[in-house]
Design a protein around this ligand. Structure first.
Ligand code: KIV
Ligand code: ZN
Length: 522
């Protein structure tokens, strides 16, 4: 509900879905997937996109470089440890880009200094100052984060913040790295920085809160109340461990309660829904149904008393209009007779701009679905897209053709399927297994031969009803890395085969991108 405004100030929204969000267990995106999300974040209106950690892998370097060159509008930043090699990698990835920022970070708390860094405070202070000074040789816009700031002795933190601003930092980011702080404490920490750092007016105070105790959004908002003017977070609250502050929560708290926070953002909130669905689908991480703002139940009223009040007057039980966050129910949008133009235009509204070739692929899948299912909803389209838009290198990857299984409670499950292989051949493979999905995966393994382990398997119905699409999410592990895959079909065994092959294709694509970026090959 829009209260009367008393807005005084802008809060910079810094999205780190592609960096801290990618640190979510089991996430790992291709360069094309990151680009697609970055374009959507631009539509959402975020001010800063942390595109990756250029020094961490050749694939991340390439993602930062391409996003910085192709996504115009937001500031693009790369994370870098406070060491020369990382800062050089970030500087090179951002070379020639107008709105570029280097974000360098270093542990500040005694617990980190003693056990992880094994250095004293003086040495760490020097490293911080030198890192900022070195980053300044590449870009004007430098952000510094004293890691674990909320557990750092305040006097040392003030001194470090003062020193890095003197060295040229234009943003100082205060992380609650382990999600330990409470809103009162964290607000007081920001107030303390404002009151005790003499040159604080020369930099923007930013905050970066983790959600280990479920307080990341509240901590970020408490920081705003005490003078922070940049908030870092991820779409859907993704991120390391329990995640980062969910940007949609912070944004909508600011938007719904201007009477309280008295600040504003540049966000186009109607793109929140599209951003959430795209991030969930590309990361292969579902959003919990009761998640604030973007959960599928966030605007559903189920008790009789609530429904009665809502029907009489919406504001009795609704504080935001679902449309303001681009929330979508299960509106029927397309059917059997819909054509390519209708499909293209609906997908555009959902945030997907497709090439003719991509549209041709989705259209075939859409027609198959419309034949089996009378009503194709937005949610069905998202499921189709989650399979189609998981960009993979089609010259090196596999495609599921036909799938037949024999199973039941009195027979040993057997699967027979055809796979289109990278060498252009279509192979027929067969296997037995402990169940139909096991048989299908073993049959695929017999051709792909990658020695992978299936670590997670989840099935969900995309919409309600017996004709609903089944959506399967699979995670596979190889050499310590985890890759997700999704597939949807009205038959869940077929969906499983597609999801398994999708995970394999992503593993191959990400591996090739890392190798080719490191050798400079294309
Ligand atoms: O959580 C953290 O402290 C971080 C820093 C790199 C900003 O992610
Ligand atoms: Zn973090």
């Amino acid at each position: 509900m829009a209260q009367q405004s008393g807005t005084e100030d802008k809060v910079i929204i810094f999205d780190t879905t592609l960096r801290d969000g990618e640190q979510s267990a089991g996430a790992g995106l291709t360069v094309e997937e990151k680009l697609r999300i970055a374009h959507q974040l631009n539509k959402l209106g975020v001010d800063v996109i942390e595109a990756g950690f250029a020094g961490s892998s050749p694939g991340d370097f390439e993602a930062v470089r391409r996003i910085a060159n192709e996504v115009k509008g937001p500031v693009i930043t790369s994370l870098a440890r406070a060491v020369k090699a990382d800062i050089d990698a970030a500087g090179k990835a951002l070379e020639g880009v107008e709105n570029a920022r280097i974000h360098t970070f270093l542990s500040a708390s005694d617990i980190h200094l003693m056990h992880q860094m094994r250095k004293d405070r003086e040495a760490i202070m020097d490293m911080a100052v030198n890192a900022v000074a070195h980053a300044k040789t590449y870009v004007d816009d430098v952000e510094f984060s004293p890691m674990d700031a909320s557990r750092t002795e305040p006097e040392y933190l003030y001194a470090m913040v003062e020193a890095v601003i003197k060295a040229g930092a234009t943003t100082v980011n205060i992380p609650d790295t382990v999600g330990y702080s409470t809103p009162e404490e964290f607000g007081a920490l920001i107030r303390g920085i404002k009151e005790n750092v003499p040159n604080i007016d020369e930099a923007v105070i930013s905050v970066h809160c983790h959600n280990d105790l479920g307080m990341s959004s509240a901590n970020s908002l408490a920081a705003i109340e005490n003078g922070a003017r940049q908030v870092e977070g991820c779409i859907n609250g993704l991120g390391e461990r329990a995640g980062n502050a969910a940007l949609e929560e912070v944004i909508m708290a600011i938007e719904t309660r201007p009477d309280h926070y008295k600040v504003d953002t540049n966000i186009n909130s109607t793109e929140i829904g599209n951003s959430s669905r795209m991030v969930s689908s590309i990361f292969g991480i579902p959003v919990q149904a009761n998640k604030a703002i973007v959960g599928q139940n966030a605007f559903r009223h189920s008790s009789g008393i609530h429904q009665d009040g809502f029907l009489k007057e919406r504001t009795t039980f609704e504080i935001m209009e679902p449309e303001t966050v681009g929330w979508r129910g299960q509106a029927i949008v397309l059917g059997k007779l819909s054509g390519r133009a209708g499909l293209r235009s609906r997908l555009h509204e959902l945030g997907y701009d497709l090439s003719d070739e991509e549209l041709a692929n989705v259209f075939t899948a859409f027609k198959d679905l419309a034949d089996n299912k009378r009503e194709v909803t937005d949610v069905d389209l998202e499921a189709l897209m989650s399979e189609q838009h998981r960009f993979v290198d089609t010259d090196r990857t596999y495609k599921v053709g036909s799938v037949h299984v024999v199973c039941g409670n009195d027979t040993e499950p057997e699967a027979k399927l055809t796979l289109d292989c990278p060498d252009g051949e279509t192979r027929t493979v067969e296997s037995k297994g402990t169940g139909p999905v096991d048989a299908v995966c073993k049959a695929i393994d017999s051709v792909v031969d990658l020695d992978i382990e299936l670590t997670e398997f989840a099935v969900s119905a995309v919409t309600e009803g017996i004709d609903s699409l089944g959506e399967v999410t699979i995670r596979v592990a190889k050499d310590g890395s985890v890759y997700s895959g999704r597939g949807s079909d009205s038959d869940i065994v077929v969906a499983s085969a597609k999801a398994y092959v999708n995970a394999i294709n992503r593993l191959i694509t990400i591996g090739v991108q890392d190798r080719s970026a490191s050798t400079g090959a294309v």
